[in-house]
Design a binder for this molecule. Sequence first.
Ligand code: GLC
Length: 735
Amino acid sequence: MISQKQYCNEEVSRKIDELLSQMTVDEKIGQLHQLGPSPVGGFEISLDELKKMLDAGAITQKEYEQSARGFKVDEREDEVRAGTIGSFLGLYGAEKCNRMQKVAVEESRLGIPLLLGFDVIHGLRTVFPIPLAESCSWDMEMAEKTAAVAAKESAAVGLNWTFAPMVDIARDARWGRIAEGAGEDTYLGSRFAEARVKGFQGESLADPENIAACAKHFVAYGAAIGGRDYNTVDMSLQTLYETYLPPFKAATDAGVATFMGAFNDLNGVPCSTNPFLYKTILRKDWGFNGMVVSDSMALQNCLDHATVADRADVARQALQAGMDMDMHSTCYHDFLKELLENGQISMEDIDTAVTNVLRIKFALGLFENPYTDEFLADKVILCDEHRALARESAKKSIVLLKNNGVLPLKKDVKIAVVGALADNAEEMLGTWEGIGRGEDCISVTAGLQNAGVQFKFAPCCSLDGAFDEAELSATIKDADIVIACVGESKEDSGEASARCDITLPGRQDEMLAAIRAQGKKLVTVLFNGRPLAIPEAVENSDAVVEAWHLGVEAGNAVCDVLFGDYNPSARLTTTFPNHSGECPTYYNHLPTGKPAAEMKYTSKYIDAPLVPLFPFGYGLSYTEYAYSGLSANVTENGIDVTVTVKNVGAVDGEETVQVYVHDVLASRSRPVRELKAFGKVFLKAGEEKQITLSVARKDLEFYDMQLNRIFEAGDFEIFVGHDGTAPLSGEVAVE
Ligand code: GLC
């Protein structure tokens, strides 16, 4: 695993100092400036005007895209040649990247290569399950493998940097970007942060198959009030340190090369200009030696935060806060030189940022090897091996939420398939689909055909309100089983996609009720990028399968589970509420002085159940697991929890044993339980195994009111089991 020390070894530092001594101010500022290729040269109208018309609703998105396609793309070669741009966002293709690297390396004065970044969030062209789905596998090896494949495909098209992993803890299902992370739990989110960084970066960034990763969005973006994207984040420093920072610390310790600042303000200070984040926490406390990039236009957005006087002021504040590179806003490009000349920033401020950028370029080996093998892409992109991994990852991400015995299905029953998502391959890509394409994806209907299953299909119900009940009746009338594919569009999760009503869009619930009313056995398959409040759908279904947005192999993986070729093993990493109004919901909450109970004067909603629709860690299987022989032993390193798990069913399967801890008495109120260890164990039918999981002593620490990280001796309850409702299994005293 890469370490932070590797970014600032002596030899590299000497080379950087040598370069700095030769660079002009314009060339230094160029290294801090990132843009995308720009469509320009429209015929009768400029792109800006076209965008204004789109924003004003004068033209549709489709009309905009058709017009924009007519524009040629300015790849800004002159700026690269002049050394005034050091990085691109969204420039990919081996030939195109090689051409641009050649301009930088062979035609600019100092030959400094380019950082070429892109949002490779869950695969480049081989699109894997969205990160929230993959997190339900609780499988770090899998997460590392899919990130490694994403890196390999990215490198093959000339990219050397991804703006991933997104490691924001998210407790509010209304927030569309919950789709991009690893759910609500800090311990699990930290494990995924490590795995994904290691997958993208491998053992060396100089390996041509690896790319630089980017821990984002620093910090606490997932705590936007109301789940409304870009909204204010307001929290105690204790919560910041205990819940939202740890996955970023885990990414740092895993050697992540870059960080991305968050759009939001944290307690009123924009993250883009907050020195406490970058100078204090990241570099002084954590020893981070990589580079920090802003989010896209985030520097410009500080004008709206109204904490800066103008674009020059935000350039000054951001640079001096430790923001090394400006993505897209051009504030650095436009004002740093003037700020230097009038003494508002120092050459040291600039050199510090340039050094951080150059460290990553040296670590990537770009000075020695800036070019991509142009024959690689055809060999690796969407190859069979990558597709096979996509299917494996998708199967492991599917959560069985309900099953009254109707699953697994037999292939010779009469099956009707309904729902607009059933044959929509494009929707399987999910948000941030890289350069994924709909035609690469296997839909559910295609998966059924691949499985050799006879079925009757009609959409019957769209996502936006159309529902043809006559078509439904005609489609299902002779069926033994109805498979209803429902959920939300991939466009309704991800960035700028907060929903205040997280029920099934349109009249999908009505369709499910109609199927139930016609006395049909109903298997509901969900396609969504967030937890949904779907009590009626669950009530009306004999089985509910959470299939998220699973990527290119979605349909095959869904069929693997529906017909029992794979025994579902995934467990939820986010709580599913009964009602949108319960958000934010999360299992590791404080008890409060009036813990939720039936009694009136307790902390609850009087119009909602006391418990969530589905709890964190929940997931069913086609078999059952029995736990016995639990013991918890205190060691100098923490608590070793040993338990015997037996597969008491008739089907082999993989169990995820979860260990939760509750600090019974502390100087600050502690969560009712917190995940502190877990392990996966494969068990054949009837087989049992003993597993020991260790809770680290440091993971029992918390922050006092003076923000000291402390450990308080005392009793800790232990809960061991199948999901977040694991029963009380023991209590130990830790000194
Ligand atoms: C977006 C996102 C960020 C992404 C960046 C570049 O606004 O917030 O996650 O990496 O811009 O596309």
